[in-house]
Every structure is written in structure tokens, then in C-alpha cells.
Write a protein that binds this ligand. Structure first.
Ligand code: XUL
Ligand code: CO
Length: 437
């Protein structure tokens, strides 16, 4: 394994919670069995290529602060190969089993469709070699249909068919790359699939175009042997003011309306849930209840502001609540935990990227252990089930089975008189989470 870019950093060991070594895992022991599966199998961690290997630390007020040691040539494909060598060295040292990319993360694009396809072919040849050598796999691929200026009015929802066709060409090549690298899934995040003002927008027509576009992509991938899932990643806003994939419930309605439920499920991101005014746990539960819990983009927002800060996850209570849903749902539907998170602008040491991932992986491992204990040892599940006991037999059961009329409800209400109060016991349940952390 090459050791050129992070030569001072070893393969990160598991040392347990008493270690003081900042470059060791305290909780994530990939071989540890939890509820019949290893931690590695439960969590399916992935590195997000765009944040970790393309994010420069630039912000609207200042130029890049992250200087990449692999950025030493002007040849786009050579530069991309060096970046990839660094990425695989990094992922290997962190025992990350998966990675995810946008097409343009892998190699810089020009405005020439055919040239971009060639570039992707060359860099995916290189990726295939690295995957073979390390055993690291592609969790999902996607096309960046939001950064290029041609997408300023949207990609598949652009009012100009010419732009939509370019989006199609890009998605075709990204699907080809994903299939070639044996990617488990393919993601659509509609960054600019929405609108800024209804004064210039035919929303109905745009949503129909989006659905048609997704069908074309799905049909093309299936025709070419892709067996994985397609994920939609909901987000309410930013960069668009209104996005068509606002939250899980909205996306599920869309998939149902346009007959996409068999092939598509959801990739749910922590801070996108926050921005939609939901808890992460809520979004996961909505997807799980619909049988559409596919994958997760892990990060966190900031309590003091309202944009997508993409910080590394470290909120154990939030993650424990998430793992409760995921464990009860039987795990991810083909996806995993992709760290869609970036180190801060002023985190400029090479080790910072390692520490960020170690923190995220440890937080999820700890949340997994805690959630599993809560499910196996605490009264949490029984309490919740018992809250609905009145529907398990008698008239409640008749109601659930569809055997009561509105008049029957009235008769029952008169017979039984005023119901007594039954506590929801929220504070006690919150204490249970604390008890098991
Ligand atoms: C943007 C975001 C994207 C998607 C992939 O908020 O989350 O990086 O995950 O396009
Ligand atoms: Co994301």
C-alpha cells in the first residue's frame, strides 16, 4: 500500500476507550459482534470524496486554506490519479470499507462531453486497480448536476431542453462509471432541481421532467446490468430556495406518483433533516416505515445558524436515536454511512482529516452499542408497544381491522365515559438513553 501522502500516520488501531492516543479508535472495533453482525457490517462507513479530497476550505470570504500535497501537476488525469492514490491510502489507513463520489470529484471536467467521458474512463481504470488492491468498494456514484454554470436554472428541471440533455449525458457517463466500478448504489441529489421564483417557473412541468429523467436514467442503468438501488437524497433548500425533494415524505409521494418506488429509495442526511425542520430520527423513521430506508449521509449542522455546515457528527444522543430506528428497521437497504462532512477551514494539518473521521466512526459505534443495549435490555420497546395495547383486542382491534363505524365510536365513548390520562413518559425515556450511553 502506498504511503506517500500521509506517511506520518499509521493504520489507525482500535485501542479501546481508555486510550489517550488521538489516532486510535475508542469505540469502533470493526470485528466486534453486535446483535449478530460485526460493527463493520452494521455501519458500512464510506468516505465522501468531495469533502475529503476536493474541499479546499475556501468560503465566500476567503481563498483556499487546504493545500493538497497531491496537487503537483497541471495534467488533469495525472492530478486525478495522484489524488486517488492519496484517497485510497487514507481510506485504507482508516479501515473505511467504502467510498462515494461525484463524477467531477474524480477528475476535472471540461465543457466537452466526449473528452469528459474519456477522462472518466481513464480515472475509473485507476480506481478499479485500487479497489482490487485494497478491497475498498464503491457505495455509490453520482453526477454533479449543480456546480457547472449551465445548471444555474436546474439540470433535469431546467426550462431549456438543451441543458437537460447535457445533464443526461453526464448522468449516462456517471452511471457507466458506477457500473464499471461495481458500485452498490447510484444517488440523485437535486441541488438545483427546484426553483427560486414562481414568477418564472412552471412547477408542474418541471416535476414531470424530473420524473421522466429519473425513469430514463433507471432504464439505462438496468439495461446495462446495474442491480443496485437508486437513492434520492432529500434537502429542503440551498442552493435552490424551494427544492422538489424537500424531505422524505415529499420524496416518497413523488416516487409513488411517478411509479418509481420499485427502484428508488432514500439517502437521508442529518443536517438536511435539520434544515427541513425535522429531527434526523423522524426522517429515518418516515423512510423505514415506507420500506425505503436506503442509506445515510452523516454529518451535523449548527444550532446557531441555518445553513448546511456539514460538520462531522459527534452528537451521541442524536446518533443513538438514529441507530434505534436503523436497528429496528433491520439495517440499511443496500447503503451505509457516508461521511458527507468536511473539516473546518482552519483545520489544516493532514491528521485533522483522520481525527474527524475517527470521531465520526467512534460516535456511530458508540451509538450502535447504546441503541442495541436499549433495545435488548431496557423497557423502551415494551413501553412503546404497550402504549397501543388498547388496539390489540376488543373494540380497538375491531377499529384497526376496519370493522367499526363512526356511530360505533360514539356508542363506545358514551359507554366508557371520559378516558383517564396516560402519561407519555418522555423524560423517563430520555433518561433511558442517557443511562445506556
Ligand atoms: C449537498 C449534499 C451532496 C450530496 C451528493 O448538500 O449533501 O453532497 O450528498 O450530491
Ligand atoms: Co449529502
Amino acid at each position: 500500500m502506498n504511503n506517500a501522502y500521509f506517511s506520518k500516520i499509521p493504520v489507525i488501531p482500535f485501542e479501546g476507550k481508555s486510550t489517550d492516543n488521538p489516532l486510535a479508535f475508542r469505540w469502533y472495533n470493526e470485528h466486534q459482534i453486535v446483535a449478530g453482525k460485526t460493527m463493520k457490517e452494521h455501519l458500512r462507513f464510506a468516505c465522501a470524496y468531495w469533502h475529503s479530497f476536493c474541499g479546499t476550505g475556501a468560503d465566500p470570504f476567503g481563498s483556499p486554506t487546504h493545500m493538497f500535497p497531491w496537487d503537483t501537476t497541471n495534467d488533469a488525469v495525472d492530478k486525478a490519479r495522484q489524488k486517488m492514490d492519496a484517497a485510497f491510502e487514507f481510506m485504507h489507513k482508516l479501515s473505511l470499507p467504502f467510498y462515494c463520489f461525484h463524477d467531477v470529484d474524480l477528475v476535472d471536467f471540461t465543457d466537452d462531453v466526449i473528452d469528459n467521458e474519456k477522462r472518466l474512463q481513464l480515472i475509473t481504470d485507476h480506481a478499479a486497480q485500487h479497489q482490487k488492491a485494497t478491497g475498498i468498494s464503491l457505495l455509490w456514484g453520482t453526477a454533479n448536476l449543480f456546480s457547472n454554470t449551465r445548471y444555474m436554472n436546474g439540470a433535469s428541471t431546467n426550462p431549456d431542453f438543451h441543458v437537460l440533455a447535457h445533464a443526461g449525458a453526464q448522468v449516462k457517463a456517471a452511471i457507466d462509471a458506477t457500473i464499471k466500478l461495481n458500485g452498490a448504489n447510484y444517488v440523485f441529489w437535486g441541488g438545483r432541481e427546484g426553483y427560486m421564483s414562481l414568477l418564472n417557473t412552471n412547477m408542474k412541468r418541471e416535476k414531470e421532467h424530473l420524473a421522466k429523467f429519473l425513469h430514463l436514467a433507471k432504464d439505462y442503468a438496468r439495461k446495462n446490468g446495474f442491480k443496485g438501488k437508486f437513492f434520492i437524497e432529500p434537502k429542503p433548500c440551498e442552493p435552490s430556495k424551494h427544492q422538489y425533494d424537500y424531505d422524505c415524505e415529499t420524496v416518497i409521494g413523488f416516487l409513488r406518483q411517478y411509479d418509481l418506488l420499485n427502484d428508488f429509495s432514500l439517502n437521508i442526511e442529518v443536517n438536511h433533516a435539520t434544515l427541513a425542520g425535522h429531527t434526523f430520527q423522524h426522517e429515518l423513521q418516515v423512510a423505514a416505515d415506507a420500506g425505503l430506508l436506503g442509506s445515510m449521509d452523516a454529518n451535523r449542522g449548527d444550532y446557531q445558524n441555518g445553513w448546511d455546515t456539514d460538520q462531522f457528527p459527534n452528537n451521541i444522543v442524536e446518533l443513538t436515536e438514529a441507530m434505534l430506528v436503523i436497528l429496528e428497521a433491520g439495517g440499511f437497504g443496500g447503503g451505509g454511512i457516508n461521511f458527507d462532512a468536511k473539516i473546518r477551514r482552519n483545520s489544516t494539518d493532514p491528521e485533522d482529516l483522520f481525527m474527524a473521521h475517527i470521531g465520526g466512526m467512534d460516535s456511530f459505534a458508540r451509538a450502535l452499542l447504546t441503541a442495541n443495549d436499549i433495545l435488548e435490555k431496557s423497557p423502551y420497546k415494551t413501553f412503546r408497544a404497550n402504549r397501543y395495547a388498547s388496539f390489540d383486542n376488543g373494540k380497538g382491534k375491531d377499529f384497526e381491522s376496519g370493522n367499526l363505524t363512526l356511530e360505533d365510536l360514539r356508542t363506545y365513548a358514551i359507554e366508557k365515559g371520559e378516558p383517564s390520562k396516560i402519561s407519555g413518559k418522555q423524560e423517563w425515556l430520555e433518561n433511558i438513553i442517557n443511562q445506556y450511553i
